[in-house]
Design a protein around this ligand. Structure first.
Ligand code: ADP
Length: 328
């Protein structure tokens, strides 16, 4: 029986890797991935994402890597046998069929012959490649190759699925199909570590994200946590800004241009409140009503993952990291 963290599938700290003397690919990175979640690893090209994943898969040897993957030290064979991996730009010989590729991957993961034969067929059906099982890879589209790769990554029935840019070069329909498969993997109780530079993809499927820049982890948490400090409350009222004095010093009133109401353009004002919640907004709404102002809209606005990402990439020292309860 393995002694595993009941909560964390990946719990690594101080991961360091240098290529040659000059390239510091990882400068002491920490990452915590919870069991049963889809975790998104984001970063511009060259940030060190693939290196981190390759260290977990023992393809690259680190200078240092403290902590555990599936409850074992990095490189432990029992843990590796429970990880499914889809590398970036994976290249299988184009004369192999989808079935042969998945069976070959099963053999590499020491899955016995009858099991890998059965699973190859089931998994190819599952990823929508049932009709193509016995055709050569050379005849597949990019999306079909990636789906076949996903079937191959699942052949050892892994607890943790590590996917390096699974939708790279895949068209929007294919990306959607792959995303749906990832959600299916999670719903079966697997943990998915998704390495991608496609922000929309990460935003749609990931419960938690990490942003890496130049070999460092600059942000880690749920998108909600990471964007909380930018949360604004907006109240849009008809007419000009209210003539409030210093008692509402936190109010920033900016003209919201013209809102279209029932087809008629009306002048309105957007009032922006930083760090306000719905409860805190009530006295302001009361006051607006007492002053006979018409409230057109009340909404919470926060920065998008793209805004967060741009902020992290352009200024990696802003201290975005949010890791409640994580090991330091
Ligand atoms: P990402 O996956 O975020 O694009 P990588 O992990 O591939 O980043 O690369 C991180 C850094 O390490 C980059 O500067 C890259 O050029 C360098 N690098 C990656 N692999 C090698 C290698 N095998 N030899 C030398 N440098 C490498």
């Amino acid at each position: 029986m393995l002694h595993e963290s009941p909560e964390l599938a990946v719990n690594l700290s101080d991961v360091r890797k240098r290529y040659g003397r000059t390239i510091h690919a990882l400068r002491g990175v920490s990452i915590c991935v919870r069991r049963g979640e889809i975790f998104g690893l984001l970063g511009p090209n060259g940030a060190g994402k693939s290196t981190l994943v390759k260290i977990m898969m023992t393809i690259v040897r680190p200078e240092s890597a403290l902590g555990e993957v599936l409850g074992r030290a990095v490189g432990d064979p029992d843990a590796l046998a429970r990880i499914g991996y889809l590398p970036e730009h994976h290249r299988f010989p184009t004369y192999l069929t989808g079935r042969q590729i998945v069976e070959f991957s099963g053999a590499m993961s020491r899955v016995d012959r009858p099991t890998r034969k059965r699973r190859a067929s089931e998994l190819l059906d599952r990823v929508g490649m049932g009709a193509w099982k016995d055709r050569p890879l050379g005849s597949y589209s990019k999306g079909m190759r990636q789906r076949t790769g996903l079937a191959a990554a699942l052949v050892n029935d892994p607890q943790l699925v590590v996917l390096d840019e699974p939708t790279d070069g895949v068209d929007p329909v294919g990306r959607r199909e792959i995303r749906d498969l990832l959600v299916g993997f999670r719903d079966e109780g697997r943990t998915v570590l998704l390495n991608s530079h496609l922000l929309s993809e990460i935003e749609t499927v990931c419960s938690r994200v990490a942003i890496m820049v130049q070999g460092r982890m600059v942000a880690q948490g749920t998108i909600d946590e990471l964007t909380a400090s930018s949360r604004r409350y907006e109240i849009i009222v008809e007419g000009p800004p209210p003539p409030w004095g210093s008692d509402h010093a936190s109010v920033q009133a900016i003209p919201a241009g013209h809102l279209l109401a029932a087809g008629v353009a009306q002048a309105s004002t957007r009032l922006i409140f930083l760090g306000l919640d719905a409860q805190g907004a009530q006295p302001i709404l009361d006051r607006l009503r007492a002053e006979s102002r018409t409230v057109v809209a009340v909404q919470t606005v926060r920065e998008s993952l793209e805004d967060l990402f741009m902020r992290a990439v352009t200024d990696p020292d802003t201290g975005l990291i949010y890791r409640p309860g994580a090991a330091t």
